[in-house]
Design a protein. Structure first.
Length: 247
């Protein structure tokens, strides 16, 4: 921990030292780490061996929610996992199919599964958060790895309007992120759109039902601009998403 932290996810204290000054009474209060354990199963209740299980800590950085992925482990032949050395905080648990994690494991049906959040959802916005305290050992966090086959995906269509005249030739990228988890840096559940450079229309394919944020980013010579819009995919394609880049 940093000096002055009252919680592991809080900032530490700043020490101001004058020339020749000595500080001799610094006190650090260390917290015991915690454990989250459970099993990863397939749709018929059989254990999944070699799945990569990761604990993501929910934190707030500069007033914005962020998920920082740290400790991870791999399931054994019984599908059991145990993520240890966790600092106190709030976590979500994600299991990645074996072929995405450990190349030396063999799992015949690995290609039929997708990354899944506890308690068994592919939508990170609907993942459950576990509150972990100092010294906790939370067991029984079992869930089923979602099958790729029954999940129907949809398309999102829209257009980007660039009203920045000084950045008319800027490169524009459109991305789709799970709502509330725009800073995920481990799971590839963000998607990049295909854009028609002449018309500004874009298309995003293979989107599972859920809540998302569509983001258009303009990379101009002067600075970067961004436009966002919330998108919810329920049971059909989504049309008419408009992203307007302005000052």
């Amino acid at each position: 921990m940093h000096y002055g932290q009252d919680q592991p996810d809080k900032p530490g204290a700043i020490l101001s030292l004058a020339p020749g000054q000595k500080i001799t009474d610094l006190l650090f209060r260390l917290h015991r780490t915690a454990v989250i354990a459970g099993r990863i199963l397939d749709e018929v209740g059989d254990p999944v061996r070699g799945a990569d299980v990761v604990a993501g800590a929910r934190t707030v950085v500069r007033g914005k929610p962020k998920i920082e992925f740290g400790e991870s482990t791999t399931t054994n032949d019984l599908g059991e996992y145990r993520v240890a050395d966790l600092a106190p905080g709030r976590y979500l648990i994600i299991a990645n199919p074996p072929q995405l994690s450990r190349m030396w494991y063999s799992y015949e049906q690995g290609d039929d599964y997708v990354s899944t959040y506890y308690p068994g959802t592919t939508d990170s916005a609907r993942a459950s958060t576990l509150e972990v305290k100092s010294g906790d050992e939370i067991t029984g966090i079992d869930f089923v790895l979602a099958s790729k086959l029954p999940i129907r995906t949809y398309q999102i269509h829209g257009h980007v309007l660039n009203s920045l005249t000084d950045d008319a030739g800027a490169q524009i990228v459109v991305m789709l992120y799970p709502r509330g988890n725009r800073d995920l840096d481990l799971i590839a559940d963000d998607k990049q759109a295909t854009i028609d450079r002449k018309t500004g229309t874009f298309e995003i394919k293979g989107v599972a039902p859920g809540q998302y944020v569509a983001v258009a980013i303009s990379f101009g010579e002067s600075r970067r601009h961004r436009a966002t819009q919330n998108v919810e995919v329920i049971a059909s394609d989504v049309d008419g998403v408009a992203l307007v880049l302005t000052r």
